[in-house]
Write a protein that binds this ligand. Sequence first.
Ligand SMILES: Nc1ncnc2c1ncn2[C@@H]1O[C@H](COP(=O)(O)OP(=O)(O)OP(=O)(O)O)[C@@H](O)[C@H]1O
Length: 379
Amino acid sequence: MSIQIKQISKQFGDFQALKPLNLTINEGELVGLLGPSGSGKTTLLRIIAGLETADQGQILFSGKDVTQLHVRDRKVGFVFQHYALFRHMTVAENVAFGLDVLPKQQRPSKASIKQQVAELLDKVQLSHLASRYPAQLSGGQKQRIALARALAMQPRMLLLDEPFGALDAKVRKELRRWLRNLHDELGFTSVFVTHDQEEALEVSDRVVVMSQGQIEQEATPQDLYQQPASRFVYDFLGGVNVFEGEVCSTAGHSNNRLQQGKAWVAFPDGHKPQAGQLYLRSHELSLSNQPSATAHLPLTIKAVSLIGAEVRVELEPLDWQSPDLWEVVISHSHYNNWQPQRGDTCFAQPQAGQLFTKNKENQPLALNWTKEHLLIKTA
Ligand SMILES: Nc1ncnc2c1ncn2[C@@H]1O[C@H](COP(=O)(O)OP(=O)(O)OP(=O)(O)O)[C@@H](O)[C@H]1O
């Protein structure tokens, strides 16, 4: 089932929670609504579900206008952050609940409900817990039961609002992989809300980034990461270091540099020098003991953390300014050879980045120094 959102807007009192927006979600797609708190994700999800009414606009399910259709007739399954299982019912009774309370004409027979519940518990891999009560389950198990309960109603689509928000990082990670597999197996359309960039990028076919009631960008995780459409998206995806500078006009210096005090980065060949903020991702930089021919960015090491497959180095600009500390990710082998210590000075060398100039806030200039490095190395 596809979902088409046409010019939907919503106001709460004086506050415009959603500005008129359009979005199409294709049949079978898993779409992540990503954005900071208050950006309107839940409001949009609730409008799709029929739990909230829009002030204007239309919602179509597979081309059929459902804008005025009551929530119970939309055949939508929900899972919320807080499990909302009935405490006094066993796991099996919780999953069966929606079927048990159907009007008599629509209600399956007792034997059929029992079989459906068994199949659903099998699907969420919790058959062995059928007779337990919610209080005897972990958070992750409760969420899987909540999902089984939503699936029992044979929804045409699944809407999930921060389904793993209350769980710890490891369980979250396991459950999002599990959700992705389940979605692929069942093949229906799913929309989930999250404010966790990693979660959205890992699970979704397509990510819709929201800010202040508007869609900032919709793209595949890969495109979103590689081509953020605006400074907001870049910032929100996180892990960026910022170098703000002017085009150098000091006598005796090349005017091909973005400069701040004594720190500078040369523009790669073929690029017109422009003042602005250079955004550099933590893995698109290297560190060494010496400045290079294309960059002079001195930094003091503040902390080194060995986390999993990578080493994160936290750095403070030395005699220049940045809004936040810098973070550069290096490999364990680089770390072992180099052995950086707190308080050491080192130099950052950008490989690729985006320059946001003042007059083109939302169209960054992509810069790449990799060719320059090759030239220097072979020269
Ligand atoms: N029923 C309501 N009455 C008044 N204001 C509301 C209501 N529901 C939501 N809002 C406001 O609308 C804005 C968008 O809320 P919404 O819950 O959609 O954001 P969100 O992106 O899902 O945020 P979060 O990640 O914190 O859940 C918020 O500023 C919120 O305070």
